[in-house]
Every structure is written in structure tokens, then in C-alpha cells.
Design a protein around this ligand. Sequence first.
Ligand SMILES: C[S@@+](CC[C@H](N)C(=O)[O-])C[C@H]1O[C@@H](n2cnc3c(N)ncnc32)[C@H](O)[C@@H]1O
Length: 272
Amino acid sequence: MAPLPLSAPVFTILGGLIEERAGLHYRADDLELLRDKISSRAELMGFDSLLDYYYFLRYDAAGSAELDALVEALVVHETYFFREADQLRVLFSSLLARRFTQEGPVRIWCAASATGEEAYTMAMMLADAGLLSRARIVASDISDRALARAKSCEFSPRSVRILPPGGEPRWIRRDGDRVRVDRSLCDVIEWRRVNLIDSAAVAALGPFDAVVARNVLIYFSDQTVRQVVAGLGSALLPGGLLLVGASESLLRYGTSLACEEHGGAFFYRRVV
Ligand SMILES: C[S@@+](CC[C@H](N)C(=O)[O-])C[C@H]1O[C@@H](n2cnc3c(N)ncnc32)[C@H](O)[C@@H]1O
């Protein structure tokens, strides 16, 4: 079925509403992408005009829940085990090593964990290093659907497209066309739904020794990145570290966090 027509002005107001709710930013050349996804959702809800769908989202009592469902349809959960793992190895084996010898649990937040592979990767690394019982891992995402998948411990083989140097981790078991992660790892992770643009929710979670927020800032405008990074920075303990994706340098945003390079990876430290 052909998608519903989306004019430039309706694209602007719908895009604005989505950005207000979830921070997701769409440029003019994303119009077709957005039209196809919104159109499916609008038709499912019985609309034949995207302007009417916009009014429903904005003003109807049921609009807020539908806006969450629309965001669910738009977010991209691309992730896999051991993605950008060298940065995590440096974090655990070097930057947090002394902290692990000190009193109190080491608090780590995986802040856009999608379907959980990144948080499980951290748990596997810490378990293999004998440090898991010293850590508290919080894993969050805006998407309830992604979090439900994470908690199911069940993945597709595509999630295991990269193996760590020691080969397939002992925590992963292949079962036909599914991959299962040891349930004990799921149980030590605290799974939460958190919208990163909700600064009160972000502040309430902290403080952390490290916040891992990788491959999510790319979906936000510069202004939202600044706001989210400021929030994540305040969720860090003094001396705590923020990790972003390899393609997400923060230097052009003028953050108050200090950029450090260790083992070929970048880290942003809260200095005050
Ligand atoms: C591409 S995945 C990144 C997953 C993982 N961090 C990694 O690097 O493999 C991006 C995730 O960010 C989440 N996301 C997008 N906007 C968000 C927001 N405002 N708050 C929290 N999570 C958000 C999406 O639901 C998605 O699961």
C-alpha cells in the first residue's frame, strides 16, 4: 500500500513532536523515511491523513501513549555483543582498576542499551575478570520492546557477529537458530526504561563511576546532544567517565568533561 502523503509543513510539526518526546532529530532529507514509518503507524490507528494523526498525537487524551508507540516504531536497535569492546576493556582493566579495589560497589550505567547486548558484554567481561560481584550495572533504554528482548536473554545469531579474542564466551549458548545468554547475567543487571532527554529521570539514577552512552547521540540534534551530555555528566561522580561511540566525538560541543585518550579510545572525565 502507498504511504500517506506527508507535506513539508506536516513533516516539520510531526518531526518537532517526536523530537520533543524522544530527542530524535530528522532533517529535511529524512522526509521519505519518516513518512513511511509514520504512515504505517497512522494507518494502523485508522487515520487516512497525517495531519489528523498529528492532531491526535498532540491533543487527544490517548495521544501520549500513541506517541510512545510511534517512537518505538522509529528507534533503531542496531547492536551486537562485543561492539567497540576495546574501549570497555580499557575501562575495566585500566581506568576503573583502582576503583575496583576500593570500598563500595562500582556503579556503571549502560544508558542506551537497546536489546541489551552491550550491557551483557560488560557483565561478561567483569565476570571473567572476577569483578562482577563488585559492580552494579544499570541498563536502560527508551524502548520497552528492546528492554523486554534484553530480559528474555534470547538473541539472534546476528548479535554474535564479533567474538572476543578467547572465542565464544562461556556465557553464550547456541540453541538452533537462537542464542541464549546465561540467565545469571540478566539477573545482576538492573533494567530500567529511561528517556535520556528526561533530565530529572537521569539525575535520579546517578551517581555513577562510568556512564556508557554509545551510538545514541547520533540520533539527536547538536542542541539535544549538549543537553543530554550535560545530564549524563551530572550523573557521574567526580572523576567518573562518560563513554560515547567511536563516531561521536564530543569535542565540538564544548562539554565541561575532559577528553582523555587511553589505548586508542576516547573517554570523557568529570573533573569537578
Ligand atoms: C543504535 S542503538 C545503540 C545500542 C548500544 N548502545 C550500542 O552501541 O550498540 C540506539 C538506542 O538508543 C535508544 N534511544 C534513542 N533515543 C533515546 C532516548 N531519548 N533515550 C534513551 N534511549 C534512546 C534506542 O531505543 C536504541 O535502542
